[in-house]
Design a protein around this ligand. Structure first.
Ligand SMILES: Cc1cc2nc3c(=O)[nH]c(=O)nc-3n(C[C@H](O)[C@H](O)[C@H](O)COP(=O)(O)O)c2cc1C
Length: 191
């Protein structure tokens, strides 16, 4: 069974994480799910969802979901010896991006990202900020050069979205495509 840690930070766009988590869980992928305190607050502000209520609701449905406190550095996800396929940070704030690019690992999410880097495992970062300053760009370039997949929350419009869900599905579909997970979340160009 594939296993990923998914982390939600305080960047705008937790709705992308909600969609991604649902898609992965129904495909029997094991997920360690965590959120920063800012991630929980912005999620509540933008979607009305309480992270704990939402994730505990999913837990009742899916045994392949493990919910982790952000400061639980005793989690298996914090150790390189645990067989984890990768870490996905969605949405990723510029603050968390900066910590990862400097090797600062004060919470479970940044530690899991650091472990993914040292173990040469998949690390997918879905940054969201605009405009980007030179620090943001340099941090992304540095991580990209280390093999990190930077998949910005940057929806396209060539699939002619009609509803907000089409825009969300485009970004999540791109991540699933990247993970080589078959999906029809958006119409592929040329198909
Ligand atoms: C409503 C709201 C939206 C925000 N959107 C973004 C954003 O899109 N990108 C970003 O880097 N920070 C954004 N921030 C700021 C981050 O939440 C802030 O930098 C925070 O310290 C990030 O902490 P974390 O990485 O521990 O979650 C936003 C804050 C609020 C309150």
């Amino acid at each position: 069974m594939k296993t990923y840690l998914i982390g939600i930070t305080g960047a705008s766009g937790s709705i992308y994480a909600v969609r991604l988590v649902e898609e992965l869980l129904k495909r029997d992928i094991k997920i360690f799910l965590t959120a920063t305190s800012n991630g929980k607050a912005v999620m509540k502000h933008e979607t009305g969802l309480e992270f704990n209520e939402w994730s505990n609701g999913l837990k009742k449905q899916y045994t392949n979901l493990i919910i982790e406190e952000i400061d639980n550095l005793f989690s298996p996800a914090a150790s390189g010896s645990y067989k984890m396929d990768g870490t996905i940070i969605i949405p990723c704030s510029m603050g968390t991006l900066g910590e990862i690019s400097c090797g600062i690992t004060k919470n479970l999410l940044t530690r899991a990202a650091d472990v993914a880097l040292k173990e040469k495992r998949e690390l997918i970062i879905v940054p969201r900020e605009t405009p980007l300053n030179a620090i943001h760009l340099e941090n992304m370039l540095k991580l990209s050069k280390m093999g990190v997949s930077i998949i910005p929350a940057m929806p396209g419009f060539y699939h002619k979205p009609e509803a907000l869900s089409d825009v969300i599905n485009f970004v999540v579909g791109k991540i699933l495509d990247y993970l080589k997970i078959q999906n029809n979340l958006f119409e592929k160009w040329g198909n």
